[in-house]
Design a protein around this ligand. Structure first.
Ligand SMILES: [Zn+2]
Length: 238
């Protein structure tokens, strides 16, 4: 596992890797519950406080409250129809599951607000990430100076090949052509989106690890139907 926002003492933000085992109920495979229990024990966190969402490659955000705790933590009874979660309550752990998509962690230090988003290319195109930053500003009085964002390991421009059929959906400036194949830099697009909503570059923490290149991570793009699992990203106030 790797941690983010480690200079702050009032938050835990962590992302698993395959040495933690499959932590995603979205992939069949055994031991998800046991692997999650081990992962949470290592972090000294309580698994029943975890909340996850269905993840439908949309851009809907849910405001999580204490009665939601446990949804999607030990079985597939996650909150339906969402790809991002936000809360300002302690004792709630927000989680998303990925295997190439971008896991994006949000932290407003001043107002003690946290959020997390699952963003594949569809979520990125639907602007879920800037939408979440805007929601924090509008509904939680988040100021740019206090908004910290981390992006965990995800598919890099080295491996994210796109075909002509979806090309029109992407701004062309982050497209690269190599040996007649088209590759897209989703990370650069997200950074650009965040800049347009006033997020400071100095407050960004971005993993350069590509989940498809690095075999420490589960990758659907690399392993296709043979993929054995997914990573879990979590964030909580402490
Ligand atoms: Zn790669």
């Amino acid at each position: 596992m790797i941690g983010f926002f480690e200079k702050f003492s009032d938050i835990i933000a962590t992302f698993s890797d395959s040495t933690d085992g499959n932590l995603s109920f979205k992939w069949s495979g055994d031991n998800v519950l046991a692997n999650r229990q081990t992962f949470f024990n290592q972090l000294e966190l309580s698994l029943p406080n975890l909340v996850t969402v269905q993840q439908v490659h949309g851009n809907k955000i849910i405001k999580v409250i204490s009665k939601d705790r446990g949804r999607g933590s030990t079985e597939k009874n996650w909150l339906n129809g969402y790809d991002a979660l936000i809360t300002n309550e302690k004792n709630i752990i927000l989680g998303i599951e990925t295997a190439d998509c971008l896991p994006v962690f949000f932290y407003d230090k001043q107002n003690q607000v946290i959020a997390i988003a699952h963003a594949g290319w569809q979520g990125v195109v639907k602007e879920i990430i800037p939408k979440l930053a805007e929601l924090m500003k509008k509904d939680y009085n988040t100021k740019s100076d206090s908004l910290h964002i981390a992006i965990g390991p995800h598919i890099g421009k080295c491996c994210f090949e796109i075909k002509q059929d979806i090309l029109d959906m992407f701004p062309s400036k982050f497209l690269q052509k190599i040996n007649n194949r088209l590759y897209y830099d989703l990370t650069a697009l997200v950074v650009d989106q965040l800049k347009t909503v006033g997020v400071h570059h100095k407050n960004l923490e971005i993993s350069s690890v590509c989940t498809s290149c690095n075999h420490k991570y589960y990758s659907y793009r690399r392993d296709k139907s043979a993929n054995q699992g997914g990573q879990l990203g979590i964030i909580t106030l402490i």
